[in-house]
Design a protein. Structure first.
Length: 288
């Protein structure tokens, strides 16, 4: 989907479904007694379903911390409602205030600031490719004339399209879009596509959960640099500040690192050591 058309769709959804009056997420949460958060169901380990069909993951744990903080702020029980979203629906559902926020694995981009706002960065990764080892691909240039899968509307899809348009993949790769990463992984398993493209950490998760993970490998260096942040409503600084301050508290008191180790540490669902750059960024974001 081209960028211009995507934002036209977002605009139409906002106009069609946006409520007439919206004082702000904090007021809405206090009034209704409910905190509505969008989470993923196939973005391992940020958000996915466990064996009991319950939402779990790094970002789900973070959402639960925000929920506790809201109950403390308002001094009363608040219902936490977790709603499944995907790359196509996550921005429109925050833009039209159906969701108070999305706690997932979304890259913070300038273009997306046109419709929503973002919190401080919560994770660093970048676009990569996952393919079968038997293919022996070395990098994105090996995708010339090949079929590459990507999530529709994602920065990863855009990254491959940009490489095509610049002639860095020549002849251009045939891009096949999917609504969910799990669909792309299934297509890769069945050789419908030659490689699947998304953020490196998500590919590591898909590989870890594959039936035969040893058959797959991450291909090449990072194609893009992607800072993850949580999506919040546009022009709602009180709510954005509230979430940011809670994130900073978690960085300072160590809860953030405990959750990081739980999901990305040596014994985590997807081992992914924190880079020195990421560690420095976390400290720099922790405002005094």
């Amino acid at each position: 989907m081209k960028r211009g058309f995507y934002w036209i769709v977002v605009g139409i959804l906002v106009l069609c479904f946006a409520p007439g009056v919206y004082a702000g997420a904090l007021d809405d949460i206090e009034k209704k007694g409910e905190f509505v958060v969008g989470v993923r169901d196939g973005a391992i380990p940020f958000g996915f379903f466990d064996a009991n069909n319950q939402h779990v993951g790094f970002s789900v744990d973070m959402a639960k911390e925000f929920h506790k903080a809201l109950e403390e702020k308002f001094g009363k029980p608040i219902k936490l409602s977790l709603k499944t979203i995907n790359p196509k629906t996550r921005i429109p559902l925050v833009a039209n205030r159906t969701l108070h926020m999305v706690a997932g694995s979304s890259t913070h981009t300038v273009a997306r600031e046109e419709a929503v706002d973002f919190t401080i960065t919560v994770f660093l990764t970048g676009t990569q490719l996952l393919a079968k080892k038997s293919k022996d691909y070395k990098g994105y240039k090996d995708m010339a004339g090949k079929r590459v899968g990507a999530a529709q509307g994602s920065t990863n899809e855009k990254a491959i399209r940009d490489l095509n348009s610049k002639g860095e993949i020549n002849p251009p790769a045939d891009i096949v879009v999917y609504q969910e990463h799990s669909q792309g992984m299934l297509a890769l398993q069945k050789d419908i596509i030659d490689a699947y493209c998304t953020d490196g950490i998500l590919l590591a998760g898909l590989k870890a959960k594959a039936r035969n993970p040893e058959e797959y490998e991450l291909v090449g260096e990072l194609i893009t640099y992607d800072p993850y942040a949580y999506i919040v409503p546009e022009d709602d600084s009180k709510f954005r500040d509230f979430i940011n301050i809670e994130l900073i508290k978690m960085i300072k008191d160590g809860r953030y690192y405990q959750y990081y180790d739980k999901w990305f540490g040596p014994n985590g669902v997807v081992p992914y050591p924190m880079t020195q750059e990421a560690a420095i960024l976390m400290k720099l974001q922790a405002w005094p």
